[in-house]
Design a protein around this ligand. Structure first.
Ligand code: FAD
Length: 472
């Protein structure tokens, strides 16, 4: 990749295209945009653009194409793979979408919501809830992540089991392509077979094919009841059996099913203020379950958990009796990444394997990594029904953890990604590739798929100006 510093003339043209008051080089304004949430990726930029309309974005991209200036879009900067952070040499100009955060009135008949790409996920939730509807994608970063960033990374979260990732939840979008042309597919037609689905190319492209400026999102009715339960069980195989049982009993109304080892629960109890054990006694593994639908689902949950207990599949279980109890159970799950971070350094891997292979993978791959790297401790938790684990490898206990991670981290990650690939899985389940996984994508993706992705990138962005150095 050639990295030419933009000329003063080019920067002035870009600032002009952004519109009055929509460009800055003030280091204090730039600084929060130049480091990622985990503090692992750092970059530089000569200019930050903050457009307010799609037309301004199009004018910026046209000027960038004319002067050969590379651009990087950023939303809430909660991405976890370095995709929204510019390179350190400072040759890429940033476009923040955060001023484009309008949310339009909900279309109750069509059950859709149209909003600009910079709209914050929790604001979208609130707007839908105001009409008795729900945008069924949630994650711990919902107070900062933008719907543009969520679409650009094809984000998942805790309801994918029932509602799918952003690919399933975006009905339409508007985007500015690398030549400055506007791709308008906002209508969100449920049926539209006019050839290739171009919006799906933009979803999950991490800013490398264009800049998403508006989205039409699919909504679902807010369920009458949400029944939340916690179960302690012997292992991931038992957890998968319980998921099958609950899916059959509820007619497919399992909305979330989160798996966590007891080590994880103990970390949360040690580090999260006010956290209380959900069950009496200890169990090797745990699941957090949410059913969503008619209030009668509570009886379904009681019966299914009772039957699972009788069959010896689970050791113990509790059902939240109030919204506060449900929130407390969810806190135990949502506090796990933070508790793990407080406990010490870990090497993070967001991976997926075929669902049926997950129970074996969670145990066997952990054992292989721990044997190959004595003292390391695997913490595999996450979205069991999606085959998606956050397969984190905690460094050996003691004062040398950071040094150990620096020394062994690349080999640990290589081993985890090799094991995932052997199991027919993916080295990125929901966070994307960014810069973090770029080398392993090139190493492990089947060559035909990689070649097709490169051909698409070259056809749409022949100058290579859209978020260079990311994914490919
Ligand atoms: P950014 O971080 O700003 O950008 C992410 C990528 O998208 C970058 O490559 C950027 O260039 C590109 N981009 C941003 N906006 C646009 C746009 N408008 N057009 C084109 N490209 C754009 N992810 C999950 O899938 N599931 C989870 O459960 C989950 N939990 C998380 C929990 C926490 C605490 C955190 C911090 C992150 C979590 N994530 C999770 C990561 C998730 O990918 C991001 O939260 C979200 O998808 C990114 O949105 P953002 O607006 O912050 O995007």
């Amino acid at each position: 990749m050639e990295s030419m510093m933009p000329s003063a003339t080019a920067l002035a043209a870009l600032a002009d295209a952004a519109g009055p008051g929509n460009a800055t080089s003030d280091p204090n304004v730039l600084s929060p945009h130049l480091a990622d949430w985990r503090g692992k990726h750092f970059g530089q930029t000569p200019l930050l653009l903050l457009p307010r309309t799609t037309e301004q974005v199009a004018a910026i991209v046209k000027a960038a194409a004319q002067y050969g200036v590379a651009l990087i879009p950023q939303g809430g900067n909660t991405g976890l793979v370095g995709g929204g952070i510019p390179p350190a040499d400072g040759h890429v100009v940033m476009i923040s979408l955060k001023r484009m955060n309008r949310i339009y009135p909900v279309d109750s008949g069509g059950m859709t919501l149209r909003a600009e790409a910079g709209a914050i996920l929790s604001d979208v939730h609130d707007a839908a809830a105001g009409q008795g509807l729900n945008f069924p994608l949630s994650l711990a970063a919902r107070g900062s992540a933008t719907i543009g960033g969520l679409a650009a990374t094809n984000a998942g979260g805790v309801q994918v089991l029932r509602h799918g990732t952003m690919r399933a939840l975006v009905a339409g979008l508007r985007a500015v392509l690398p030549d400055g042309e506007i791709l308008d597919q906002l209508a969100g037609l449920p049926k539209d077979n006019r050839g290739y689905d171009l919006k799906q190319l933009l979803i999950g492209s991490e800013g490398t094919l264009g800049i998403i400026t508006e989205l039409t999102l699919k909504l679902v009715p807010e369920p009458e009841a949400r029944i939340v339960a916690w179960a302690g069980l012997p292992g991931p195989e038992a957890a998968l059996n319980l998921l099958r049982r609950l899916r059959a009993a509820s007619g497919g109304q399992v909305e979330s099913f989160e798996l966590m080892p007891d080590d994880g629960l103990q970390l949360v109890l040690a580090h999260a203020v006010g956290a209380r054990p959900p069950l009496e006694g200890r169990h090797p593994w745990h699941v957090l379950i949410e059913l969503a639908g008619p209030a009668a689902l509570e009886a379904v949950m009681v019966e299914a958990l009772g039957a699972a207990m009788e069959a010896g599949e689970i050791g113990d279980a509790t059902i939240a009796g109030s919204a506060a109890q449900a929130a407390a159970l969810w806190q135990l799950r949502e506090n796990l990444p933070e508790a793990e971070r407080r406990d010490g350094p870990a090497l993070h891997h967001d991976i997926s394997v075929p669902v049926a292979a997950l129970p074996d993978f969670a145990v066997a791959a952990a054992a292989r990594v721990e044997t190959a790297f004595p003292g390391s401790r695997v913490m595999a938790f996450g979205h069991l029904g999606d085959g998606n684990l956050h397969f984190n490898v905690r460094v050996p206990a003691g004062p040398d953890g950071v040094r150990w991670a620096g020394e062994h981290g690349p080999a640990v990650t290589r081993m985890v990604h090799d094991l995932v690939t052997e199991a027919g899985g993916s080295i990125s389940a929901e966070h994307g590739i960014g810069t973090l996984k770029r080398a392993d994508l090139a190493r492990l993706l089947p060559p035909a798929r990689l070649a097709m992705m490169r051909a698409i990138k070259h056809a749409i962005d022949p100058q290579g100006l859209m978020n260079p150095g990311k994914i490919l």
